[in-house]
Write a protein that binds this ligand. Structure first.
Ligand code: HAM
Length: 415
């Protein structure tokens, strides 16, 4: 038997309906903030991702050469594609642009719970705004989307300027080494690495900065920085909005394009792969041929949201089973069409079995049954049965549809 590729998943209808329900709530959060959806191709020029991050990142991607010899890759994330789209098509639109997306990404990673090779991100990019207000809006949208989904999580907000100021006299490779260890919170390995670099003196300040929980504590470690005023304004805006979060200046973010504010969120009930959101301020447009454009955004790991939620109660919608004898078959199609036109879900029985067998099946899968035999077809009526009460009556088609529609409004409760 053929199996799906490693790190991918199949989704059956129950799961797809749960995902659509949650996705709908998150899209609604974005809509309320004035963000509108965009979509980019599933594959892009490889260079789009290597330009900023270097060739090392190719190992983590589904990169391939197409039949025309082009170097392409399945997208590992959507920020670079969305900024490419902006530079290609939308540079002249009035700023800021508020865009969001829900799409799949592909990363060649070791699969485990919450980590897949094909996964979905719900993300947003605010393009062409450069202020504490822009940073605040993006964080608040991420929070609103996660809360709309119903996930409990912890939010951490930081800024790269502080860490970078401590590491200012290291070269690029040294800085990357230190930041990678900090990112993984491997403090012992960090201490060793600093000794190797001849910079053991940095350990104390790094530990103090990573442990700082207020701006005063953090700036006491770094001394004054030009970013301080904006960061204070951001904190004031987030506090005024009533957001629950913690400051954390040890946030490094894996991707290389962040320039200032960075944030991450962690779901309470996920295992090792508990990061459900990551984002921050960045500049990418100039790398793709546009003007230097300050932007800010985030992506939520949609699959991790679904794992964190577990069972999702999807509102139940009335199911009408339409049963018929061979004489009633043509009328059954018209009948089903009438229910559908009223917005109801109508399922024809296609088994060709007797009405008894059709009814047994309907009792398991439907809320209402509509029967059309020779007599009903001739008289232009239907037998209408409520499968929860067992009550059956003969009704004109319009009345049966109205009855079913009223039930749909009255009882949309969970399945
Ligand atoms: P990222 O942190 O690489 O950021 O990914 C964002 C989120 O995607 C993660 O927090 C995680 O929830 C989810 N995720 C990442 N890898 C996997 C995986 N293998 N399986 C399941 N979920 C995964 C970005 O991608 C940036 N583009 C975010 C951003 C947008 N920054 C600015 N704008």
């Amino acid at each position: 038997m053929l199996q799906r590729p490693r790190g991918t998943r199949d989704f059956l209808p129950d799961e797809m309906e749960a995902r659509a329900e949650i996705e709908g709530r998150m899209r609604e959060a974005a809509r309320r903030f004035g963000y509108r959806p965009v979509r980019t191709p599933a594959f892009e020029e490889l260079e789009l991702f290597t330009l900023r991050s270097g060739p090392g990142i190719v190992n983590e991607m589904y990169a391939f050469e197409d039949k025309g010899g082009r170097a392409l890759t399945l997208r590992p994330e959507l920020t670079a594609p969305v900024l490419r789209l902006y530079v290609n098509e939308a540079r002249v639109l009035p700023k800021p642009l508020r865009w969001y997306y829900v799409d799949d990404c592909f990363r060649y990673e070791r699969p485990q719970k919450g980590r897949y090779r094909q996964f979905w991100q719900f993300g947003a990019e605010l393009i062409g705004a450069d202020s504490a207000g822009a940073d605040a809006e993006v964080i608040l949208l991420a929070d609103a989307a996660i809360r709309a989904a119903g996930v409990g999580y912890e939010l951490k907000v930081g800024h790269l300027a502080l860490l970078r100021s401590l590491l200012a006299d290291l070269d690029e490779t040294e800085r990357r080494t230190v930041m990678a260890l900090l990112d993984k919170r491997e403090m012992d390995a960090l201490a060793d690495a600093l000794v190797d670099l001849g910079r053991a003196d940095l350990l104390g300040s790094l530990v103090a900065l990573v442990g700082a929980t207020t701006l005063d504590e953090a700036f006491a470690v770094t001394g004054p920085l030009p970013e301080e005023a904006r960061l204070r304004e951001l904190v004031a805006l987030l506090d005024a909005a009533g957001l629950e979060y913690a400051l954390n200046f040890g946030i490094v973010r894996g991707l290389d394009y962040y320039t200032g504010m960075v944030f991450e969120g962690f779901a309470a009930n996920l295992g090792a792969e508990n990061q459900i959101v990551g984002g921050g301020a960045y500049r990418l447009a100039h790398l793709f041929g546009g003007e230097d454009t300050p932007s800010c955004g985030f992506a939520i790991g949609f699959d991790r949201v679904m794992v964190a939620l577990g069972e999702v109660a999807v509102p139940h919608r009335t199911v009408v089973a339409v049963l018929s004898t061979p004489e009633g078959a043509a009328s059954a199609f018209r009948t089903a069409a009438a229910f559908r036109a009223a917005g109801l879900r109508a399922e024809l029985d296609l088994s060709g079995k007797g009405l008894g067998a059709q009814m047994t099946k309907a009792a398991k899968t439907a809320d209402l049954a509509v029967l059309i035999g020779a007599r009903e077809a001739e008289a232009g009526v239907v037998a209408f049965k409520d499968l929860s009460t067992g009550l059956q009556e003969t009704l004109r088609l319009e009345d049966a549809v109205a009855r079913a529609a009223a039930r749909e409004v009255d009882a949309p409760g969970p399945r």
